[in-house]
Design a protein around this ligand. Sequence first.
Ligand code: ADP
Ligand code: MG
Length: 290
Amino acid sequence: MRTNYELSDKMTELLNSYNRNSNAFQELIGEGGYMPPNQELLIDAISALSMGKNILLKGPTGAGKTKFAETLSMLFQQPMFSVNCSVDLDAESLLGFKTLANKDDQQVIEFVSGPVINAMQHGTFLYIDEINMAKPETLPLINGVLDYRRTITNPFTNELVSANKGFNVIAAINEGYVGTVPLNEALKNRFVVIEIPYIEGEQLKQLIQENTQLNDEHTIDLFVTLSADLIQAVVQGKIAEDAASIRALLDACDLSVLIPAERAIQRAIVDKLEEDREREFVLNLAATLF
Ligand SMILES: Nc1ncnc2c1ncn2[C@@H]1O[C@H](COP(=O)(O)OP(=O)(O)O)[C@@H](O)[C@H]1O
Ligand SMILES: [Mg+2]
């Protein structure tokens, strides 16, 4: 297989024979911590990255997008530079800024590279989180970085920067989230999309067992049911999406070791909801389960 990276033997073997050998997966990614809902998701992401394509992780909040990006960079043994998008994101937070420095008793203007330039020059991964939180005019600055050119003229130094081998972009998007704008088509065009759903059922059970202090199997099962009910309620538009975040669920599981489960759910999930109606809905759900 032709790739942009030196894949480890284990990863190459996995890519070549993944449907024959499913246990190897858990073993391989165990350390990174992301638990993929299915093998294809992992294989497709690894394949795209190994061929030098940017990937866009698309999914709801708390579904493990950031965890997955970290796991991928671990698998590729690539340190990761990160950008967190917000409306304040500007050229400086992407590319870097100029500052005054002292050199041989003289004041000189130095350029301090930001995450995009750093990742390009080091030939590593660049993680762009919440890519649709940025103002629509900001990210097109790096269109050339994201397509086959892999270059940018640094507006602060007028230097042409070309990415070194190994550079690649992983971005995360949560469409439909308040404050986000639909991702510009030209930008979207530059990515291969990998959908990241919430994990459920047995997998979620395993995640709770491995990542929280909760041991009681019956309680874990109840939290798994709660999660499925919350996801369903989000899909039906009854509650805000954040309510189904696995992050919040894991917090509730942890707290439930020391305080009653219903109160744990209140602190970790319910009290983050804006509307009375939503809070009541989740409290009722918790009350019927616990
Ligand atoms: N499939 C998963 N595998 C491993 N951890 C997960 C998974 N889904 C959620 N989590 C956990 O939930 C929390 C939130 O994950 P994160 O990656 O920050 O979500 P996102 O970036 O999608 O908002 C983390 O603690 C993460 O470990
Ligand atoms: Mg995230």
